[in-house]
Ligand binder design. Sequence first.
Ligand SMILES: NC(=O)c1ccc[n+]([C@@H]2O[C@H](COP(=O)([O-])OP(=O)(O)OC[C@H]3O[C@@H](n4cnc5c(N)ncnc54)[C@H](O)[C@@H]3O)[C@@H](O)[C@H]2O)c1
Length: 390
Amino acid sequence: MGLGNAGLPLAAVIANHGIQVVGVDIDRRRCDLINSGKNPIPHESGLDELISRHGGKELVATTEYRDASSCSVFIVIVPLFIDENHNPDFRTLESSFRSLGGVLKRGDLVVLETTVPPGTTEGIALKWLEESSGLRLGQFYLAHSPERIMTGCSISRLREFPKVIGGVDERSGIVAYDVYRRFIPNLRLVSSARVAEMIKVMEGCYRDVNIALANELFRISEELGIDFYEAREHANHEYCHIHMPSTGVGGHCIPVYPWFLINEMVRRERAENAVMLRTARELNDRMIHYWMDRIIDACMHIDKPLAEIRICIHGITYRQGAKELHHSRNLALAKLLKSRGLKVGAHDEMLSREEISKAGLEWMDPKDADLVFNSFELSVKLRRHREAPG
Ligand SMILES: NC(=O)c1ccc[n+]([C@@H]2O[C@H](COP(=O)([O-])OP(=O)(O)OC[C@H]3O[C@@H](n4cnc5c(N)ncnc54)[C@H](O)[C@@H]3O)[C@@H](O)[C@H]2O)c1
């Protein structure tokens, strides 16, 4: 259920193990492409080959849940968005689970792969399934196995990276482990769905906090006139891994998951348990203000009124090499500068002119800009400038 960036590589890998897969997705165009052997995610390494081999054969895509009624294993990997208060919006997940409940039979296994707040699988997901299927846990099995892929290298991740799985009860865990072992070589059974959920959320928190630390150390180094990158290179060893600084943290995952825990602690009136997670989140989100100030400072060396300086943001996707704008801090930085009345355009190797304009920015050739900010290298380059005074 869900043939997106995460679901499609998984479906293709399962089909490549000789298992018949029905992929359900509400996007008809995507289903048609897959069934004609065409890969809708061309930047995903190795996926072209798998879709051309299995699309429309071992992997059949459909918009109808009832077409999956002969299946005995159901994997749900539809998106979970968060609202403006950083609370999960479960509507897509609920809709998928309730549709799935309509085709669920005795003895079937359901595995949720979408990253969710700990307790979701054994709580609301189980409730949706029981209500919509008329069955009780024990008549079917339910587990959680978080998707740990990275866009661009999902296939190799599925083949090599350790994957965890945990059931809402002991039997579900064992049944799910036995099924997943057939197509996931590096699989670990954990004691519960709740632990499996926490593993993925923890990873996101670790990354967010460590990126925040790197951003803070970077800012302090700049203030002190110290080369952060040189210091980092020699500081890192077996017990110290300082991450790279950035314009913040984007994408569907890392900026979202810490809020699962922060908000849960607030609900329980235990906000003091999540102080570092909240601080890291806020620090990373505010990095675009730091970079805005740096860019405006650099503009002072250009012999033009500020409002006429052409600024090019080179790289607006949330991460280099990922064609994804969701929660992109690079895009947010460009829009922040624009909101201050500056002439801002964007250039990105992953995006066409139309895609950049759809994102709300003017396409700009870096050669035509007065100042180019490379979001991934964090470099500010002046193309036309006067000598800095002093
Ligand atoms: N993309 C990643 O790198 C990544 C990594 C780790 C985990 N995840 C997890 O995977 C989840 C999905 O991410 P994604 O990147 O695949 O999202 P996506 O937006 O690329 O794809 C989601 C797909 O689900 C389909 N869909 C929406 N509602 C549906 C429904 N009711 N029934 C069936 N299909 C439906 C959409 O049409 C779309 O094709 C995320 O929420 C996250 O928890 C993603």
